[in-house]
Design a binder for this molecule. Structure first.
Ligand code: ZN
Length: 382
């Protein structure tokens, strides 16, 4: 049986090893080559591709429409390949990072499922690597956005960070000690389908009361259209704006009217913001980050959304008053976060690829006796 002192010693040693690993991972992006890479963001309606330098500056961007869901996976690959080849006519491309809305496996090679595309267990990394002959990185778009905001946007300096993207639904990304947490199977961060209201609104995922049914662009538009369809007096202003066409009520229009002071639109954004704060309090209880970064189209409403979210978060936070509180801020990179983050994550792959090549080359050229005479530290690096 080990003594208390021995156990304590082992624990201290283990903690210092874990700290060393975390710090190496955290600094990996610092040692990545300062070369331009391409980031690709595959959204529901458009595919954006950009050449991004090591400081996060977009040197050039191109975009095209997302191929229809009915098209084969090959068509999407063709689209990505064309964009990259177009950009590589004018830029040196050292690696390509792809952020896709969907579930990407833990090896970041296969897209398990993508709601907007025909990808089902699609081995995207291999397929693209074979065609483009550069290292490829594939990740979930919320993860790439989280990384982009942490490196160059509103998340800078917060090594424990949660990114929430409010678009049609909710996307999520988690960074711990400056590293993306993807879970055992690669699909961590699907916050949108946490249940917040038992027996609440139906969700296309098959359950009821999911968070994104209360705090998302879809939720915002659904509530506004319901009020308009009921011919509520509070909806008369927005009905005038869309000339009675309820189907023309969109998230950006609601945000625009809220900025002009329309009471219904202000209130709808407050509701969305309150639900946002409730969900964020739950995430704080589980993950304890220092900062929440809120992005996605709905975040254009800025303080009209984030203000109520902060209030609800403080009311709801467990142990409030007895713990440091995370801050909630709006994302800084806007719609570019996913693309910039994908390019930057690809830079890590570019480094590994180049080093591996160099090592192979070194091994091929090194005389045999060198191996015997090398100092321990050097040999240990092999
Ligand atoms: Zn759901």
């Amino acid at each position: 049986m080990s003594t208390y002192r021995e156990r304590a010693h082992r624990q201290t040693a283990r903690a210092s090893v874990l700290r060393a690993i975390a710090s190496r991972e955290r600094s990996s992006h610092l040692s990545a080559p300062r070369v331009p890479t391409v980031g690709i963001d595959i959204g529901g309606t458009k595919v954006m591709a950009g050449v991004v330098d090591a400081d996060g500056t977009i040197l050039e961007r191109v975009r095209t429409e997302t191929p229809d869901k009915s098209k084969s996976p090959k068509v999407v690959e063709d689209t990505i390949a064309e964009l990259v080849l177009d950009l590589s006519d004018r830029h040196d491309v050292h690696a390509v990072g792809v952020g896709a809305a969907g579930w990407v496996d833990a090896d970041r090679a296969t897209v398990l499922f993508a709601p907007h595309l025909a990808w089902r267990n699609e081995p995207l990394r291999e397929a693209l690597a074979a065609r483009l002959a550069v290292p490829i990185m594939v990740d979930n778009d919320a993860n790439t956005a989280a990384w982009g905001e942490w490196r160059f946007g509103a998340g800078r300096g917060a090594d424990h960070l949660v990114m929430i993207t409010l678009g049609t639904g909710i996307g999520g990304g988690i960074l711990e000690a400056g590293k993306v947490k993807r879970g055992a199977f690669g699909v961590a961060g699907e916050f949108g389908h946490m249940q917040v209201v038992p027996e609440g609104h139906r969700c296309p995922c098959g359950n009821r009361g999911c968070w994104e049914q209360y705090s998302s662009g879809n939720a915002l538009v659904r509530e506004a259209r319901e009020l308009a369809a009921a011919d509520s007096p509070v909806a008369h202003h927005i009905l005038d704006r869309v000339k009675g066409q309820i189907g023309d009520i969109t998230g950006p229009l609601i945000t625009e009217l809220a900025r002009e002071g329309d009471p219904m639109c202000v209130e709808l954004l407050q509701d969305i913001g309150r639900w946002l704060g409730v969900g964020i309090a739950n995430l704080a209880a589980a993950l304890d980050p220092a900062r929440f970064v809120v992005g996605g189209g709905v975040s254009d409403a800025d303080e009209l959304l984030i203000g109520p979210a902060r209030e609800a978060f403080r009311r709801q936070l467990t142990g409030r008053g007895y713990r440091p509180e995370a801050t909630i801020v709006r994302a800084a990179l806007g719609a570019d976060a996913g693309m910039v983050g994908a390019a930057d994550l690809a830079r890590l792959v570019a480094r590994r690829f180049r080093r591996a090549n160099r090592r192979r080359a070194e091994r091929a050229h090194r005389p045999a006796f060198d191996l015997r005479l090398t100092p321990r530290g050097w040999a240990g690096e092999q």
